[in-house]
Design a protein around this ligand. Structure first.
Ligand SMILES: [Zn+2]
Length: 341
């Protein structure tokens, strides 16, 4: 089942055009050729035709958009998104964001940074060629203990095991999305214990998943994709004790430094949620940037460099909906509706 870094957002956005007003305008607007919202070509693409879109786009030009992808499942659609960015935006590198922060100088208008979380092999096989041919930089946040292995992501494994007879005392197995939400909500030792119980009780072993190797990380970095820390094993840090928060970040930091020849300077929070204890560890280790998954635009000079907002996107997102995410209109509407993103 698909995994996403999720954060429920309920606070209203600080926009000049209020989200409810924008929603009213957007909802009143018909989609292309008179279609309604639900029948348009893909979720949210009708918003592209809202009168609010130009207002949001003008405002977004003065903001920093950091896009958070996971893998790239549709290289063609991803290529179309990159072409769109080259026309409408100014792609910037992780280093450029670090320099802007260090010098106290805002990034150029319409700046966009592309990032990947979890970083499966599709980032190397599908994303990298599309980025390299267009000379667009990016950053990839990796789960250090999976590098060089054939272990699946733990959330894929848990869903598979539950479908194949796996049982755990603390988590009743129901729908995969429910199972995953319950596992993430457990204190981390209980999540690990539950995973173990699922493993020993399931009647089939999960399929292996070939992960990136240290050489792959170096190849990505050499071609303009900076490598960042996404912890050792991708727990929800808010469910971990202090020692685990430290070891998850510092352990990955050490491993990545060894593989890359220099330590990473950027971190992405697993499941997207900020944790003040993690912030303290990141400062100790000299991190310059930290990324959330809050589905927001941020200032062109990040006010809190270890808490930079990101927009959730997917390679399959059509360019019309992609535009409304990039402008901040779709995220504003989601916050107004109180939708988990
Ligand atoms: Zn992640």
């Amino acid at each position: 089942m698909p995994h996403s870094e999720t954060t429920t957002i309920t606070t209203p956005p600080p926009t000049a055009v209020t989200a409810p007003a924008a929603a009213a305008v957007a909802v009143a607007a018909p989609g292309p050729s008179g279609t309604t919202a639900r029948s348009a070509d893909g979720r949210g693409s009708w918003l592209r035709f809202s009168p609010a879109q130009p207002l949001f786009r003008a405002r977004a030009a003065q903001r920093l958009a950091v896009l958070a992808y996971h893998g790239v499942t549709d290289p063609r659609s991803f290529g179309a998104q990159l072409d769109r960015l080259r026309r409408l935006a100014t792609p910037v590198s992780l280093t450029a964001v670090e320099q802007a922060v260090a010098q106290g100088r805002p990034l150029p208008p319409r700046s966009v940074l592309i990032t990947f979380d979890d970083t499966d092999r599709s980032v190397l096989t599908h994303a990298l060629p599309a980025l390299a041919v267009r000379r667009i930089p990016a950053a990839a946040f990796v789960i250090a203990e999976l590098i060089g292995t054939d272990q699946p992501f733990w959330w894929h494994e848990a869903a598979f095991l539950a479908r194949n007879g796996g049982r755990s005392r603390l988590v009743p197995t129901g729908r995969p999305a429910e199972l995953l939400a319950r596992l993430k909500a457990l204190p981390d030792p209980d999540r690990r214990r539950s995973l173990h119980e699922l493993r020993v009780s399931a009647h089939r072993r999960p399929p292996r998943q070939e992960q990136l190797t240290p050489e792959d990380l170096r190849a990505l970095q050499a071609d303009g994709v900076s490598i960042g820390n996404h912890t050792l094993g991708h727990p929800s840090l808010g469910r971990c004790d202090d020692a685990t928060v430290h070891s998850e970040i510092a352990g990955a930091h050490l491993a990545l430094g060894k593989w890359l020849g220099e330590p990473p300077t950027a971190f992405a929070y697993p499941d997207g949620g900020y944790d003040p204890r993690a912030d303290a560890v990141l400062r100790q280790l000299g991190y310059r940037l930290g990324f959330l998954s809050d589905h927001r635009l941020g200032p062109r000079l990040p006010a809190h460099p270890l808490r930079i907002s990101r927009l959730q996107v997917d390679s399959t997102t059509g360019t019309r909906r992609f535009d409304t995410i990039l402008s901040g209109l779709e995220p504003a509407l989601q916050r107004w509706r109180g939708v988990a993103v």
